[in-house]
Design a protein around this ligand. Structure first.
Ligand code: PLZ
Length: 465
């Protein structure tokens, strides 16, 4: 048997955009053909290039193309995809052991991750944490905990929500295609209330007319009709992610807090996409001064390793019978070490400041497009969770065709953008918080150039040119 050695790349990955071939290049095309021959067709793909290395703000593919990363693996690699602290801690743990199963024998890193989350999640009350692996698992377990604590069955969720792909969480997710199509029947205990989307009010009112009070009255009506005493939990994203990077009307989250308190409903803050520093505060709900009874963390929590958490009031977290929570890989030791490295990265406040300066730079480059180009109807978001919505400026009819065309053109020029939204007409930016200023400006420059070109080609009258 030949001896294996771990080769660490000697040279740092250049932090510059470089388009060496057509995108995707020949090697990626070949690998993609092989993928199709072996991988279930059920997985979609945003950009079919195969990644060889990633670090900082760059993804390098097998053809030598270097893409500016405006995706972070969907808000995961906030500290970079090859963060030194993460690599060192995980490597040291690899040498000790990879797994014991926390339900079989214990290890201290699990406790330390829970301790940090108890201390840093919103809410000035005594807390406990439970660790799992994926975001959907955190959501499912929050519902289990809320049911065990309240003895009630029902769950309230909102328009435009995304909470996962497992059977319960896909029922909690609003969008049918691709998430729910063909996968029913769905659990019947999930009810959906209007959200407070400032651009597209659920009540069909004119844009900008939504106020939190009206949306909250609709939530109360919904609860009254179904019986508030049947609801265990109310689950909300402080900024809705997959649904379109929607920042709810001010006061909406605080109003939900009041309603939850009035009816003894557990308020679950799904911070899986918006949390862990993404928006410039550790948790996005801090902007509204609202604390969930349970707060969910995942994605960026462990710098790319699978780890998720439910953190919340001790009386809720401890209402579950011993043995009621768990999972073979829940709080895997490699993932826990990675999370401890991520916490160290957040310690001096630089990453949070980076998120805020990413917003400032992106606002400077992208916000003028709203006035300049009719179909860019809104620039929104917080910190490094930002989006542009494409729609007809008069009717607000969504233009997913333009969002797709713009995104594809960015990909061809070496900038990895993602789309989102109920209508697929939103371009979202989720750069790693460690992206340098030059790369950020280069990527934003490509995006704004592409938007101008695409809008002008699609509808000269609307582009203002
Ligand atoms: N809650 C708020 O954003 C995951 C989904 C990608 P998992 N969002 C990315 C896809 O198409 O599958 C997400 C989220 C919020 C829960 C989840 C679910 O987290 O780790 O994907 O299970």
């Amino acid at each position: 048997m030949t001896e294996m050695t771990i080769e660490t790349p000697a040279a740092p990955l250049p932090q510059s955009r470089h388009v060496a071939t057509a995108v995707p290049g020949p090697r990626s095309r070949m690998l993609h053909q092989e993928r199709v021959a072996h991988v279930s067709a059920g997985f979609g793909i945003t950009l079919p290039v195969f990644i060889d290395r990633a670090d900082g703000g760059i993804l390098q593919d097998v053809d030598g193309n270097r893409f500016i990363d405006f995706a972070s693996g969907i808000a995961v690699t906030s500290v970079g995809a090859a963060n030194l602290r993460v690599r060192q801690r995980v490597a040291a743990q690899l040498d000790r052991f990879t797994h014991t199963c926390f339900m079989v024998t214990e290890y201290d890193s699990f406790t330390q991750v829970c301790r940090w989350l108890n201390e840093h999640t919103p809410g000035d009350f005594d807390k406990r944490t439970a660790l799992f692996s994926t975001g959907a698992e955190a959501v499912e377990n929050a519902v289990k905990i809320a049911r065990a604590a309240t003895g009630r069955p029902n769950v309230l969720v909102f328009d435009e929500a995304y909470h996962g792909r497992s059977l319960l969480t896909m029922a909690m997710t609003a969008k049918v295609n691709p998430y729910r199509l063909n996968f029913g029947p769905l659990p019947v205990e999930v009810f959906r209330a209007p959200s407070a989307n400032p651009l597209r009010p659920s009540d069909g009112g004119a844009p900008g007319t939504v106020d939190a009070a009206a949306a909250l009255a609709a939530v109360e009506d919904m609860l009254t009709e179904r019986g508030p005493e049947t609801f265990a939990a109310m689950v909300i994203e402080p900024i809705q992610g997959e649904g379109g990077f929607i920042v709810p009307a001010p006061g909406f989250l605080a109003g939900l807090r009041t309603i939850a308190d009035r009816h003894g409903i557990v308020l679950v803050m799904d911070e899986i996409q918006a949390g862990m520093g993404r928006t410039g505060t550790l948790y996005a709900s801090e902007y509204e001064g609202v604390a969930g009874d349970l707060t969910l963390s995942a994605k960026a929590l462990a710098g790319g390793l699978p780890l998720s958490a439910v953190t919340g009031r001790t009386e809720l977290m401890n209402a579950v019978h011993a043995g009621g929570l768990g999972g073979t890989y829940a709080g895997n030791p490699l993932a826990c070490e990675a999370a401890l490295a991520v916490f160290e990265e957040f310690e001096d406040g630089t990453l949070l400041a980076n998120a805020r300066s990413i917003e400032a730079v992106a606002r400077e480059v992208l916000e003028p497009l709203v006035a300049e180009i009719g179909v860019v109807v809104q620039f929104r978001g917080r910190g490094a969770m930002l989006a542009l919505e494409l729609a007809d400026p008069d009717t607000l009819k969504p233009r997913p065709d333009l969002a797709q065309a713009i995104s594809a053109a960015c990909h061809a020029e070496g900038v990895l953008t993602l789309t989102c939204g109920t209508y697929g007409n939103v371009i979202r930016l989720l750069p790693p918080l460690v992206i340098n200023d030059e790369l950020l400006r280069d990527g934003l420059g490509v995006l704004s150039g592409v938007i101008r070109k695409t809008a002008a080609a699609a509808a000269p009258a609307l582009s203002g040119s």
